[in-house]
Design a protein around this ligand. Structure first.
Ligand code: GLY
Length: 394
């Protein structure tokens, strides 16, 4: 199988945050294997989406009601950019119709994950095809995300109703990836309410979620009335004071993605600090354990966190001077090479995902040692980032 030319958008070599480096040797085979797996599941996931994580290596189909639906649609846009093949675009455009209906009918959108959902589906569609329907849906999603902004605390509340006493004032590190939707909406509408909310949130995350040793809390609670910081806690990590690997990866990737819009060099410095903490805790094969208190062989890995971190390291490196950035770029290549060799599905493997050995929620024992759809997405995003000068959907 040969890859057709990538699209014009991806080929812009002057795009900010991109770097022309020689692609690593393993890359073409890894991309071909990923595209073959996507093709094999495309009929099953044309009018349905994979569930967040597989069971026994098989994703079951579901409707457009989870926080994770954008990842599969985003993979189709990535596959379209890699190949120019209309079959991916056609399905992704059907999905845009569904995302449009979902946001206007307010179906399961009472949470902060609107960036994961709408950057990867509708912002991507708008950037790649100019779809006004996609643009309208993404702007509506940004509006709903802005509804969750708590002005006293200066944060976007992650989960639950804004009046829910357990959730009021809680921000989480994952939200770093939801903020680019707000910056995009600000640029589209020239309405600074979107960018002001995102800027206040990212600064609070920098101040309170990042600990002095450059590990991160998964979640942090602010007083929604006084705006005072309260305490950090975990939701998916080993303990309140451990460092959940995927949370650290959301931090490594999210700070430089926000830098694209905010242009504040402290965001690059914070990402580099988080990256140094992360890289110092990798087992020999470069794929992190599910919580960074564990560094040894024999502990459950989270390949999805590794893939997210790799994308973040590439994003970070691209905004650094070449000599400084090379450390992070090369670390990303080592991680992706390990994923491609030992974690990615090969032709004929059982199951219907891309990246084995992910973890969704260890404390609740959900999706442990399974495919996770965000792991599949970020693995493919990392391959695309290594293959071409890619403009993020974020
Ligand atoms: N954002 C939820 C998770 O990473 O599981």
């Amino acid at each position: 199988m040969s890859l057709a030319s990538p699209s014009l958008i991806a080929r812009q070599s002057s795009a900010p945050g991109t770097r022309n480096l020689e692609p690593p040797a393993f890359l073409t085979a890894a991309i071909e294997a990923a595209l073959a797996r996507i093709d094999s599941v495309l009929p099953a996931f044309t009018d349905a989406w994979p569930e967040p994580s597989s069971i026994g290596g098989m994703y079951r189909p579901m409707d457009n009601t989870e926080w994770t639906n954008g990842f599969w649609t985003g993979m189709l846009w990535l596959a379209y950019e890699l190949t120019g093949a209309e079959r991916y675009r056609a399905v992704a455009e059907r999905h845009v119709d569904s995302f449009h209906d979902r946001v206007f009918q307010r179906i399961n959108i009472n949470h902060h994950d609107l960036g994961f959902l709408y950057s990867l589906s509708c912002v991507a569609a708008y950037r790649l095809t100019g779809s006004q329907k996609a643009r309208g849906a993404a702007l509506e999603a940004a509006d709903r995300l802005l509804d969750r902004y708590l002005p006293q605390a200066g944060i976007i509340q992650a989960w639950g109703d804004l009046t829910d006493p357990d959730e009021a004032g809680r921000m989480i590190i994952d939200c770093n990836l939801n903020l680019p939707l707000l910056y995009w909406a600000a640029a589209e509408t020239r309405d600074a309410r979107f960018s002001d909310a995102a800027t206040n949130h990212i600064r609070k995350a920098q101040t309170f979620i990042v600990r002095p040793d450059n590990s991160t809390f998964h979640t942090f609670h602010m007083d929604p009335v006084t705006g005072e910081p309260k305490f950090g806690s975990t939701h998916q990590g080993a303990s309140d004071h451990s460092c959940w690997a995927r949370g650290q990866a959301w931090g490594i990737s999210g700070f430089p993605l926000n830098y694209r819009y905010l242009n504040d060099p402290t965001l690059i410095a914070t990402s580099a600090d988080l990256a140094d903490y992360f890289l110092a805790r990798l087992p020999d094969d470069q794929v992190c354990c599910w919580d960074l208190i564990y560094t040894s062989e024999g502990v459950q890995r989270d390949s999805s966190a590794a893939a997210i971190a790799a994308c973040g390291l590439l994003e970070l490196a691209a905004f650094m001077p070449e000599t400084e950035g090379a450390k992070y770029h090369n670390a990303a290549v080592r991680i992706v090479e390990s994923l491609a060799r030992d974690y990615a599905s090969k032709a004929g493997d059982p199951g219907n995902g891309l990246l084995k050995h992910g973890v969704y929620h260890m404390p609740k024992r959900i999706g442990v040692d399974e495919y996770c759809i965000w792991g599949d997405y970020f693995y493919l995003e990392a391959l695309v980032r290594l293959h071409q000068n890619w403009v993020p959907y974020w």
